[in-house]
Design a protein. Structure first.
Length: 91
């Protein structure tokens, strides 16, 4: 998605339109609560990602990724598949 959008504020606007189910309800609630408290709505991509990570990623997510990366082995994967897997973990 980073490559597709040129400006960060456009990413956040687009992603909001694509949210579904529980996540969409949660996001609407976050914005409503901000309005009630006279706080500005979250419109920046970075703030949106930070809020979503705080809500939906487990507390030990970074540690889990680190352990996964440390134990990543090529085994039966092609070099291309192994490289893709490595980069997924490191993003």
């Amino acid at each position: 998605m980073d490559k597709y959008f040129e400006y960060k504020d456009k990413k956040a606007k687009f992603v909001v339109t694509r949210l579904k189910g529980h996540v969409a309800l949660w996001w609407d609630h976050v914005q409503v609560e901000r309005r009630k408290k006279d706080k500005p709505l979250i419109k920046s991509w970075d703030r949106m990602v930070a809020r979503m990570k705080g809500k939906f990623l487990p507390k030990d997510y970074q540690l889990t990724l680190y352990k996964y990366m440390q134990n990543l082995k090529q085994k039966m994967m092609t070099l291309r598949d192994y490289t893709e897997e490595f980069y997924k973990v490191n993003l």
